[in-house]
Write a protein of this length. Structure first.
Length: 481
């Protein structure tokens, strides 16, 4: 039987504890109760009750969840005292899965699942935990989780699925949060009627590592995720199969990822198979990525592939960059198949700006204000029209324009994310001199030797870790073979 409070301290005596004390509440019932008991009696500590206790105990609290489905069932949205609707976190807390457990928190009434209210402080949820079923109406944000100002939110080994918001952030929204950290987090099958189908993150810096953002939708912008506020870092993450726009949306932007604020880095990640716009859309912009107004954007050892736009006007099949002061593609691969002049990479520049391409593959060419592009060398370009005349202003003597990049299909060739391996004889092979090579490729394989490959994949080395099918053979992924 689970014990509620380690040290068996009655709730009435919690105020006598010093501020540095830690309380641990072991939830012993899946029944949703708003009484907030969590005494030593059996079966009286539900998840809502544990959060109420943690909100008021004046301590640094932990809540431990055993296996089970914790269904929330008290109707009454827009209430912030943890009595009805969602779970309202008002003080610093950790919500943890018990060893070996994989609990599910499911909302069954019209409201989100969890809200970290203004001033809650450090809120950490570590699983494996699944958060599902949340839905908010009107202009509300955050179908699964909402983190408000003066909250530092950390999620680890958490799945947010099948949540929706009438405003921003289908799975997750942060509005003025101090910081947001997502590690091994999955955002899937969520929907926002405005922006950020998977997540809408506005506030302090964001860190996303080893995560999956897949099959989410937003009616306007950021089908997978909208990253605003102070920007942040996306590392070892896959953003795929997301959609921005519907039949009623005049403008759709950023099928996979929209970036609208702060210095931002996309590193060793893949953005693939996303879409901006549908046939009735007036303007579809940035099938994979839409980046606007950033002080700086670095895309390093990353792959942008197989994205698309649809609508009357289509701009930037892979990525649209607008009014960003400084952008750099370094050792990255953009592999798109645009037609009718719709280039893979589009630049719009309203002021003096610097846009650098280095050691990268650009399959599908560039358009827009391409005179702002500066080549740092060792790039391989396949222009959208199949010619060998650069569309990306790649005039460095080490740059190549080719009609065939000789790439394998996007698949798992080792490492945590999918890449395009090079076929024998690819013009990207051994193109870059060692002094210009990144230390690693997208798969974390070391770039060693006198020369390395251009693009995100380096074929002469093998990534570390338990990648049994680093060459694709035997993995079951026939495309990788």
């Amino acid at each position: 039987m689970w014990k509620r409070i380690l040290w068996a301290i009655p709730i009435a005596l919690l105020s006598a504890l010093p501020a540095a004390a830690q309380m641990v509440y072991e939830v012993d019932t899946t029944v949703d109760t708003n009484l907030g008991n969590c005494t030593a009696a059996p079966n009286d500590c539900g998840l809502r009750g544990a959060i109420t206790a943690a909100n008021t105990d004046g301590a640094d609290s932990q809540i431990i969840l055993a296996d089970g489905i914790y269904r929330l069932g008290f109707e009454g949205a827009d209430e912030d005292n943890n009595v009805t609707g969602d779970l309202d976190v008002k003080a610093a807390v950790e919500i943890l899965a018990a060893p070996g457990a994989s609990p599910v928190i499911e909302q069954t009434v019209p409201d989100r699942v969890l809200q970290a209210v203004v001033g809650a402080g450090d809120v950490r949820i570590a699983g494996p935990i699944t958060i599902t079923g949340g839905q908010v109406f009107g202009p509300s944000r955050g179908g699964g989780i909402l983190a408000e100002s003066n909250v530092a939110l950390e999620l680890e080994d958490v799945v947010l699925s099948s949540n929706q918001a009438a405003g921003e952030g289908g799975c997750l929204a942060s509005f003025g949060a101090t910081s947001v950290s997502l590690h091994r987090v999955t955002l899937t099958d969520c929907h926002a009627q405005t922006k950020g189908g998977g997540a809408w993150l506005s506030g302090g810096p964001v860190t996303i590592t080893s995560s999956l953002i897949e099959a989410n939708t937003a009616n306007e912008e950021g089908g997978g995720i909208l990253l605003g506020g102070s920007g942040g870092v996306v590392l070892d993450t896959t953003i795929r199969g997301n959609l921005a726009g519907n039949q009623f949306s005049p403008v759709a932007r950023g099928g996979g990822l929209s970036m609208t604020g702060g210095n931002t880095v996309l590193r060793q990640s893949t953005v693939s198979g996303n879409q901006a716009g549908v046939p009735s859309t007036t303007s579809a912009e940035g099938g994979g990525i839409y980046a606007v107004g950033l002080p700086s954007l670095l895309i390093e050892n990353s792959t942008i592939s197989g994205n698309r736009t649809d609508g009357n006007t289509q701009i930037g099949v892979g990525i649209l960059i607008s009014d960003c002061f400084s952008t750099t593609f370094d050792s990255s691969s953009v592999v798109e198949s645009p037609t009718n002049g719709m280039a893979a990479v589009v630049y719009y520049v309203l002021a003096p700006q610097t846009h650098t391409l280095k050691n990268s593959i650009i399959g599908g060419g560039c358009s827009g204000d391409t005179g702002s592009i500066v080549s740092a060398g060792f790039n391989v370009e396949r222009p959208w029209d199949g010619s060998t005349i650069t569309t990306c202003n790649l005039t460095n003597p080490s740059d190549l324009q080719e009609t065939d990049l000789m790439l394998r299909p996007l698949a798992g060739y080792g490492g945590p994310t999918e890449t395009h391996a090079l076929l024998p004889g690819s013009p990207a092979q051994f193109l870059v001199s060692s002094s210009q090579c990144q230390n690693e490729d997208q798969r974390h394989a070391v770039r060693a030797g006198l020369f390395c490959d251009s693009g995100a994949y380096n074929g002469s080395t093998v990534p570390p870790g338990p990648w049994l099918f680093a060459d694709g053979f035997g993995s079951g992924n026939t495309a990788a073979w």
